[in-house]
Design a protein around this ligand. Structure first.
Ligand code: PFF
Length: 465
């Protein structure tokens, strides 16, 4: 099955498809709340530095691995050296952890869309999170919306209409960008008028006093998540890429697009939170977008309509990403476990419901169960982004350095033109990334132990944000 893969037509086709996977809830929901939580401008600065160094290097490596072998993650590692196919399997676990809780958030988006479409947006706009906490604390309704989201995702995959959705999203994405810019400008104006620009300053000016090892852990996890790295996805996308397309240029374009949207989402949400003099919600975590934005929409003229349009666009971005996560899992079930496609889709549907249940109930009836001191959704998010993904990234770097050598990747990149950042690529993959990733992993584990109460005192203070 993996032998006859089609290619993307030309360069734009590849960039758009990869961007479709990259741009999603990660940019609009996850980036702003992490930036708000981990020191505003400090987080932004660390993220940008990591994006142009680590993000660039890892995405280039993954795309080249895929294009060289013409295979998706498990096959690619196996084809290059049979002993290392386990790296591909480890990468494959990540979408299985992410898709269920991604769908829980997709369900929240659906609920908010329904509220705004039915003219009830105002009810969500208390700014204190009363509506949000009330809603996620329920049992039946969040499960219903989450179920609808995962049903929609699997039905789209079942009927093979992804292409239609992707086409629609190519129209929706630019509208999302324009709308986000509009709302961001509005948020900034209000912030300047009411708060002297305090929110904007918090987001844009790094406060070095706010730096902690966890800023880097969180920024790196966000980078992997947002750019769909360290989970085999970009290897698969690379396997569809034509040999004469420049990997380096494509990576730059995806990065600029993905980071641009995340940055704009931050501009739209963070100043609004601080502007509403509601600094308490800076620490609102996964609910931040759902608490901050309705307030902004409701203070705008025609806010209900703007809110409804916004949540439709976010829904499309979330759906294209969820489809790409679901397809990855389904292709593994079909190709590696030889399960029929229809059954594979059914397994993904049922599996997602089961694995997503703790994440949705964790804000209500299961709120007292706190693995590592986190609610279930944050726990799954942490395990995939701050533990498994850094391990996959580390193993990928070591595999390239010691097993296939950096030259294999460099030669593949050079098939599509000059590799301008070759030296940076080599230095990062061989030296910087491995050391750094080990530090990140150790920090993640220590932080987990602190949160769970096993470590206290000076070390815990050092890690505190
Ligand atoms: N990169 C997506 C986002 O930022 O929302 C999340 C994601 C989608 C990860 C699809 C992986 C994937 F295959």
């Amino acid at each position: 099955m993996e032998k006859n893969r089609s290619s993307f037509t030309g360069k734009l086709g590849f960039v758009l498809a990869a961007a479709g996977s990259a741009v999603g809830l990660g940019n609009i929901w996850r980036f702003p709340y992490l930036a708000a939580e981990y020191g505003g401008g400090m987080f932004l600065l660390v993220y940008l530095i990591l994006a142009v160094t680590f993000g660039f290097t890892l995405m280039t490596a993954e795309i080249a691995l895929g294009r060289k072998t013409g295979l998706s993650a498990i096959g690619a590692f196996r084809a290059l050296d049979k002993k290392y196919s386990f790296i591909g399997y480890l990468a494959a676990i990540v979408p299985i952890i992410i898709l269920p809780y991604y769908s829980v958030i997709g369900g929240w988006v659906l609920k908010y869309l329904a509220m705004f479409v039915s003219g009830n947006g105002i009810k969500t706009a208390d700014g204190e999170g009363v509506f949000f906490t009330g809603f996620v604390g329920l049992v039946g309704e969040p499960i219903l919306w989450f179920g609808i989201f995962i049903l929609a995702t699997t039905l789209i995959v079942l009927f093979g209409v992804e292409k239609g959705i992707e086409k629609a999203s190519k129209v929706m994405m630019p509208i999302l960008v324009v709308l986000t810019i509009g709302v961001a400008i509005y948020s900034i104006v209000i912030d300047i008028a009411e708060d002297g620009g305090a929110g904007l300053a918090y987001y844009l000016i790094p406060d070095f006093g706010k730096f902690s090892p966890m800023t880097v852990v969180a920024a790196l996890g966000q980078l992997f998540y947002s750019m769909s790295l360290a989970m085999g996805i970009m290897i698969t996308y690379g396997s569809y890429m034509k040999k004469d397309v420049s990997i380096e240029k494509s990576v730059h374009q995806i990065e600029i697009f993905d980071t641009g949207i995340a940055f704009l989402a931050g501009l739209m949400i963070i100043p609004a939170v601080v502007a509403s003099a509601d600094t308490a919600s800076v620490g609102k975590g996964p609910g931040l977008m759902f608490i901050a934005l309705p307030k902004v929409f409701e203070s705008m003229p025609a806010g209900d309509i703007i809110g409804a349009v916004f949540f439709i666009l976010v829904l499309f971005a979330a759906l294209t990403s969820a489809i790409s996560l679901a397809e990855t899992i389904i292709s593994i079930l079909c190709d590696k476990l030889h399960i029929k496609r229809l059954y594979s889709i059914l397994i993904v549907f049922v599996g997602c419901i089961l694995l997503g249940l703790p994440s949705t109930l964790g804000f209500g009836v299961w709120g007292h169960i706190m693995p590592l001191g986190m609610d279930f959704l944050t726990f799954f998010d942490f395990i995939s982004n701050s533990v498994i993904m850094p391990i996959v990234a580390l193993l990928t770097c070591l595999f390239i350095t010691f097993v296939i050598k950096t030259k294999t990747i460099e030669d593949e990149v050079e098939l599509g033109g000059k590799f301008g950042s070759k030296t940076m690529f080599r230095v990062i993959i061989k030296y910087i990334a491995p050391v750094f990733l080990v530090i990140i992993l150790v920090s993640s584990v220590i932080n987990g132990l602190i949160d769970a109460g096993y470590i206290t005192g000076k070390l815990a203070e050092f890690f505190a944000i």
